[in-house]
Ligand binder design. Structure first.
Ligand code: URA
Length: 242
């Protein structure tokens, strides 16, 4: 792993902040100051940042196949939450309140939800600046004509928003069943987009976020930890892989 990535993760710093500390000579590996940000560290290297031992924070990352009837919140007085689907041991280990949802779904929307204890990673997935693509299978009340398809793809004004939506992609599976990919995540965005062309979403299912597709082996309500490759697939500009 690169030294700047290690310092960023272990000290909860941005990649830029970590690089600054390294360049200032505040980081040592096995007792020697190293000021190359891309220096490759070994798993057993003893690393100190400002003379303090640094270690990687062990975070948890999962994908869940959300069923209907559960809300994406840490707690709710009236509804079951996605955390009620999680094993009590996990909730205890990471303390329920520190687990975060990287991109919420409505109570009646199904599919891919990412859950983590890593706030920085959550930010990578959800920050509007990163324009992470999210793909949904949308079942509509009425067929979608090519005029409305073009409007939705090029950007549409939603009630209460200052700007039109960013360009989106629509792929037909049937005249009223479509795959939609959007690059932002406004409140109820998909439903509002189709309402804006006088249609209505009957069923909504998210199957992809970034490069990550919902695992077809996960039944509704099931979840699994992400692999390292899946976690690292969300490295964005400024968070270069290494
Ligand atoms: N857009 C919606 O309208 N609802 C969701 O759950 C997700 C995206």
């Amino acid at each position: 792993m690169r030294l700047d990535k290690f310092v960023s993760h272990s000290c909860q710093l941005t990649r830029k902040e970590a690089q600054k500390k390294i360049k200032l000579g505040l980081v040592s590996v096995a007792g020697k100051v190293v000021n190359q940000i891309a220096y490759q560290i070994a798993a057993d290297d003893d690393i100190k940042v400002e003379n303090q031992e640094a270690a990687l924070v062990q975070h948890g990352y999962w994908m869940l196949n959300k069923p209907t009837g559960f809300i994406c919140a840490n707690s709710d007085p009236h509804h079951r939450t996605v955390f009620d689907l999680f094993d009590k041991n996990i909730k205890g280990k990471y303390q329920k309140k520190t687990l975060q949802i990287a991109g919420r779904l409505d109570i009646d929307t199904t599919g891919l939800v990412l859950i983590t204890s890593d706030g920085q990673w959550n930010h990578c997935v959800t920050s509007p600046n990163n324009q992470c693509p999210k793909s949904y299978r949308v079942e509509l009340e009425k067929p979608l004509n090519s005029h409305d398809k073009n409007i939705l793809e090029s950007g549409i004004q939603l009630a209460g928003e200052k700007k039109v939506t960013q360009p989106a992609e629509l792929e037909s599976l049937h005249s009223n069943i479509w795959n939609l990919t959007i690059y932002e995540g406004k409140f109820h965005q998909v439903k509002r987009m189709f309402t804006a062309v006088n249609n209505r979403v009957l069923n909504l299912h998210r199957f992809k976020i970034g490069e990550l597709t919902l695992d077809s082996a996960l039944e509704p309500s099931a979840y699994r930890p992400l692999t390292e490759a899946e976690i690292l697939s969300f490295n964005f500009p400024g968070q270069a892989n290494g």
